[in-house]
Design a protein around this ligand. Structure first.
Ligand code: MG
Length: 394
């Protein structure tokens, strides 16, 4: 069942428990604001269509800094209680034109280390349940206290400590939240429980801790310098460069778009110099060799091949290594043909091939002031950059 899933990240708390002037969700661990890490976990996940953050109105400037450059939905302001803040986020999604959420995951901004696997598992559980929340079975022995002393040992059978993300079928949870206005409920699952929804407990990655105290912050810093954390926000950049000679002909193919011209590009495949640069950039970002090693020019099967095949293959390699393509930027160097009229079509083709939104694909062109081989119309050069966010296996 195809379904559209949005993430609502609740960051509306004053965050003062940890001390200091900066609210905790805007403090940095490993050099990156906690909120930005939480947003990235969902933004880079292929099952999440969009991310909306619920913020405290007095934190607006901190929020803008924390999510700078990220493709998030406009934020909404939180309410007086956690429940109100969640509901505000859900109502904003519901009211958004062009947004139709089938599923929603509500996540606490103070849990920046949620893994892609946990998000995938919660999402998967929603295929058969109205709600599914990240949780961990209680393994410590539990005691109830009387003052500072043990009163009794508590049977821990069937006890879980619950976290976020908490995922729900959208129509059901917004209905439940509307019905729960004014009730003191500590999490969204409690709202869903009240409405009689059946909610699955989904084991989560152990690093999915909530940062609330200065001690948590120290642990988070330690975690950030561990190899496991390197995969949580690991941004890679790849670059590619290619040149093909111009020969007699009647069209050139650039970024998968054929442009009528009095010359053609020479090459073993369709000689789409731009796509070749993009392929090299993608492979470079994940350290997977280059186009020649995957598609040797000596192999007759690639004669006249549509370079889109190479691009799609490289996309699969990036994904298989746990990467999400974030954006692509291509610069073509030639005097002719004129690229301007075809730029948008090229960017759209690129976005489609790379599985990214059109605003993440850019095509530019420059001449070389009639200097060099490009200036003499002997060939066309292309250079490409691709960024990839590594987010573990999905
Ligand atoms: Mg080439």
């Amino acid at each position: 069942m195809p379904s559209t899933c949005y993430a609502v990240i609740v960051a509306a708390g004053s965050g003062e428990r940890m001390g200091g002037d900066m609210p905790k969700q805007y403090q940095s661990v490993g050099g990156i604001p906690i909120l930005r890490r939480s947003v990235l976990a969902f933004l880079s996940h292929p099952l999440i269509a969009g991310v909306l953050v619920v913020i405290n109105p007095s934190h607006r400037h901190l929020y803008d800094q924390a999510v700078e450059g990220l493709d998030v939905l406009p934020p909404v302001f939180g309410g007086a209680t956690r429940q109100e803040s969640s509901l505000n986020g859900l109502e904003a999604l519901s009211a958004r034109k062009g947004t139709s959420a089938d599923l929603v995951m509500i996540h606490d901004a103070a849990r920046p280390f949620v893994s892609a696997e946990t998000i995938t598992a919660v999402h998967g559980s929603l295929a058969s349940h109205s709600g599914a929340i990240a949780a961990r079975r209680v393994v410590d022995t539990l005691k109830r206290s009387a003052g500072d002393f043990i009163a009794e040992t508590v049977n821990r059978d069937g006890l879980w400590s619950v976290a976020t993300p908490q995922g729900f079928r959208f129509p059901e949870i917004i209905h439940a939240h509307r019905a729960a206005i004014g009730k003191a409920l500590t999490d969204d699952a409690a709202v869903a429980e009240l409405a009689g929804m059946k909610i699955a407990l989904v084991p989560m990655n152990p690093e999915n801790m909530k940062i609330t105290s200065a001690g948590d912050m120290e642990m988070a810093e330690k975690f950030c310098s561990s190899p496991a954390a390197a995969a949580v926000c690991d941004l890679r950049v790849g670059s590619g460069f290619d040149v093909h000679r111009l020969i007699k002909g009647n069209s050139v193919r650039l970024c998968g778009v054929s442009i009528p011209h009095n010359l053609a590009l020479e090459g073993h495949s369709d000689a789409d110099v731009a796509l070749h640069a993009v392929v090299d950039a993608m492979l470079g970002a994940v350290g997977a060799g280059d186009i020649g090693s995957h598609f040797p020019p000596s192999d007759p099967q690639w004669r006249g091949a549509d370079s889109e095949i190479f691009v799609r293959h490289a996309v699969e390699i990036v994904k298989s290594r746990g990467g999400n393509i974030n954006n692509v930027d291509v610069t073509l160097m030639c005097e002719q043909p004129r690229i301007g009229p075809h730029r948008d079509a090229m960017a759209a083709r690129l976005a489609d091939m790379l599985g990214i939104s059109p605003d993440r694909a850019s095509v530019k062109a420059t001449t070389t002031e009639r200097l060099g081989f490009t200036g003499r119309n002997e060939g066309i050069a292309a250079q490409a950059s691709v960024t990839v966010i590594m987010g573990g296996k999905r």
